[in-house]
Structures are given as structure tokens and as C-alpha cells.
Design a protein around this ligand. Structure first.
Ligand code: SAM
Length: 399
């Protein structure tokens, strides 16, 4: 069957119509004529697979990834980087226009390197396979490199391939790629070679090396990082995003700041010179342990951390003039939004990794807050994901 791809959906899949329903086809781009087959039918839509690209898009490029059509982790290995950036900026603009009925508040997307930018990978294994899960399956795609992960990690993947029976391995580096964590679950065997090249080696939850953390940095701030802690994965663009938040904070000149979903304290520590008092909240104990060490590492006195769920504790806060939120993809829950409005800060900075949940939450916050601007960041090149920073200002200045 032949068809034309009309546009991309939110997940970067080509959209066409088949019979009377919408049909999504991965690795196809607008204006392409393709031959395809149906792989799934539901009551509302079809999914299909391109068999032949009869007329390729002018924006199609040759993939630099050996696994791009089988792995499924990336949507844009075969799409021009400029077009990928445009897709992500337009996705946010369109949601803002349709859901929030606002125009001209979304800025130009910020981007940096499109390959070898990730400081972290998790590989899965069985017998002598080691690789990535094929999209939406438990099938392992054996890989010996990943071109969105940094070159230091790729060199380690090469060494890991010498071992059999690794069930799962996490490899992460500091942003300068000088320090390495390797955390393996699998067969007990002689991992001497890995011990020699890693700063932190963990085998089946047992720490083999002296240190359990490495030190990474964002700009001039240093951060301890352990295997289980959250840390931004893009080692090039993260710094720009943090500088944007810092720029807003310098303008806002807040006294008291709440840094919700704070991870290892990254934003609070980054802006600490420009506020009187900061409280960071995250429910992950490993994050908060690192955050407390990070406070000392950067010699900061005006920040404290709480290990708890934001929704369990938000009703205890009062008198903050800036709230920074950086929730997971699921966004903010209604109770948290309700209490944020009750706390009544003059400004909110919302860092989001999912534009859909972002606009859902902004819609509720918009009753009391003006959305001044939203800046998209392509923190995850080649994938359909996009990050953004929004600044909200209270409508009525009086409390
Ligand atoms: C996107 S990360 C942001 C971390 C940090 N702001 C940074 O940039 O490094 C989201 C964080 O929210 C935390 N988290 C998720 N759900 C939470 C909840 N209900 N309460 C508190 N923290 C939560 C996770 O542990 C994770 O560290």
C-alpha cells in the first residue's frame, strides 16, 4: 500500500490516514511517499511500518547509527537536526496555542551537540547479549556503541562486551568525562579490568572501589554523583539551561526559595548566591544524601534539604517568593498546584521534560499566574523528548 506522510505526531511518528482512521508510522517524515503495511489496529487508530520510502523527504539524512531502525530509542537519526529542533519548538508552540490560547510566549529553541552528548546509559543483558531494549519490548538489541552517548562510555561498552551474563549495567561519567561509575548486576566474575578504569565500581549492590560517588560539575558548581542519584544527562546543554534559570533568579532577587523535585540539589546550589534561604525537597534518599554533601562541597550555608514526597510536605511551607519546580514527566499533582497557589510566591520557574503535562499544569496555574515566557531546550537530541523552562509571575502583587 502507498501513502503520503502528512505531519509528525507528538512522539515524532509520521501521520497518515488509512481507511477511516489515523495511522502512525515510525521513521517516516512529512511529505514522504512510502509503501507500508499495517502492524496494529485498535478501534481508534492504526500503526504501520514503512517497507519502502518511494519519495524521501528533503529533510531525510543518512543515519549515523547502525541500529536506528531496530532499536527504536531514537526518532530522529534520519532527520535533519534543524528540522528536529523546529519540530520540538513547534510542538510546544502548538500546545501553548491550543491549550493555553496564548501566542508569542514560546522563545526560540536552544540546542547544542546532537551526537555523543549523554553522560549515562543503562544496558540490559542475557547470556552473551548486552544492549538496549527494543522500543516497547523486552527484546535486547545487542549494541557495541550508541552515538548519543559520550565517547568515554562507548569505550567502556567495548570492554563490557568481553563479559558474559551481565543482566544490567549502568555506566555514567562526570560531565568532563574524566570520572566513571560502573554499576553491574549479573554473574560474579573477575571484573579486574573494569576496576582499573572506573572510579566507582558496584557489583550486585556491593561497592568494590573506595568511593561510592564521582564529582561532576555544572558551570562553576560541583556535584557529588552516586549510581542511584538523578542527574541531568546532557553534558553540553545543561549548563545553558541552568544559566537561564540563574538569569531569572538574578532579576527576581528572591529572599526565600523552594526548590521542589530538587534531585541532588542542582538548581538550589546553582542559584545559592542570589537568595537568602533555599529549601530543596526530593523523595529519593540517595539524591538527598548527595545534595547534603553537595552543600558542603560548594561551601554553601543557606540551603537545607528534605527527603520526602513534595505532596506530603508542601502544605507546611509559607512565605516563599520563588518556587522552582522540576517534576518528572508526570508533572505536578493537583494538590501540589493548589498549595503552590496558596503559598502565593511572586514567581514560579517550572522546568519540564514533558510539554503535555506542562501545559496541563500551566492551565491551572494560569488562573493566578501570568506565563511570561517558555524557552524550549533540546536536551535529548535524536529522541522526541524536549525540555523547557517557563517563568510565571503572580497576577496580583498583593498577598
Ligand atoms: C526531573 S528530576 C529533577 C532533578 C533536579 N531538579 C535536577 O535538575 O537535577 C525529578 C526529580 O523529582 C524527584 N521526584 C519524583 N517524584 C517526586 C515526588 N512525588 N516528591 C518528591 N520528589 C520527587 C525524583 O527523585 C527526581 O530527582
Amino acid at each position: 500500500m502507498k501513502t503520503e506522510i502528512l505531519r509528525l505526531d507528538n512522539f515524532g511518528r509520521g501521520i497518515t490516514f488509512y481507511k477511516d482512521k489515523i495511522c502512525f508510522i515510525e521513521n517516516t517524515y512529512p511529505n514522504e511517499i512510502i509503501e507500508f503495511e499495517i502492524t496494529k489496529e485498535t478501534s481508534k487508530y492504526y500503526e504501520g511500518k514503512a517497507i519502502k520510502i518511494t519519495k524521501p523527504s528533503n529533510n531525510r539524512v543518512e543515519s549515523k547509527c547502525k541500529y536506528s531502525n531496530i532499536c527504536g530509542g531514537c526518532s530522529f537519526q534520519e532527520y535533519k537536526y534543524d528540522e528536529e529542533n523546529k519540530f520540538k519548538e513547534d510542538k510546544i508552540k502548538s500546545l501553548v496555542k491550543t491549550q493555553l490560547k496564548q501566542k508569542n510566549i514560546v522563545k526560540k529553541i536552544e540546542y547544542d551537540k546532537d551526537y555523543f552528548y549523554r553522560n549515562k546509559i543503562t544496558l540490559h543483558g542475557s547470556n552473551n547479549n548486552l544492549g538496549l531494549y527494543k522500543n516497547k519490548t523486552n527484546e535486547i538489541i545487542n549494541i557495541d556503541e550508541c552515538n548519543i552517548t559520550n565517547k568515554r562510555i562507548n569505550a567502556i561498552i567495548e570492554k563490557l562486551k568481553k563479559y558474559n551474563d551481565i543482566k544490567e549495567v549502568l555506566v555514567r561519567t562526570s560531565n568532563d568525562e574524566k570520572q566513571v561509575i560502573i554499576d553491574i548486576k549479573g554473574k560474579e566474575q573477575d571484573y579486574k579490568e573494569l576496576e582499573e578504569i572506573s572510579d566507582v565500581l558496584i557489583i550486585n549492590n556491593k561497592l568494590i572501589t573506595k568511593n561510592k560517588s564521582i564529582i561532576t560539575n555544572i558551570g562553576s558548581k560541583k556535584y557529588y554523583l552516586s549510581s542511584n542519584s538523578f542527574f541531568q544527562v546532557n553534558e553540553f546543554l545543561t549548563n545553558k539551561l541552568f544559566n537561564k534559570v540563574l538569569e531569572y533568579v538574578k532579576e527576581i532577587k528572591p529572599s526565600n526559595v523552594l526548590d521542589l523535585y530538587c534531585g541532588t540539589g542542582s538548581f538550589g546550589i546553582y542559584i545559592s548566591e542570589y537568595a537568602n534561604k533555599i529549601i530543596g525537597v526530593d523523595y529519593n534518599k540517595s539524591n538527598i544524601e548527595d545534595a547534603i554533601k553537595n552543600k558542603e562541597l560548594n561551601n554553601i550555608k543557606n540551603i537545607d534539604f528534605i527527603a520526602d514526597k513534595v505532596e506530603n510536605i508542601i502544605n507546611k511551607f509559607d512565605n516563599y517568593d520563588l518556587i522552582i519546580v522540576d517534576p518528572p514527566r508526570s508533572g505536578l499533582d493537583k494538590k501540589t498546584i493548589e498549595y503552590m497557589i496558596k503559598i502565593n510566591p511572586k514567581y514560579i520557574i517550572y522546568i519540564s521534560c514533558d510539554p503535555n503535562t506542562l501545559v496541563r499544569d500551566l492551565k491551572l496555574l494560569n488562573k493566578e499566574y501570568i506565563i511570561n515566557e517558555i524557552t524550549p531546550y533540546n536536551l535529548f537530541p535524536k529522541t522526541y523528548h524536549v525540555e523547557s523552562v517557563s517563568v510565571l509571575e503572580r497576577k496580583s502583587v498583593e498577598k
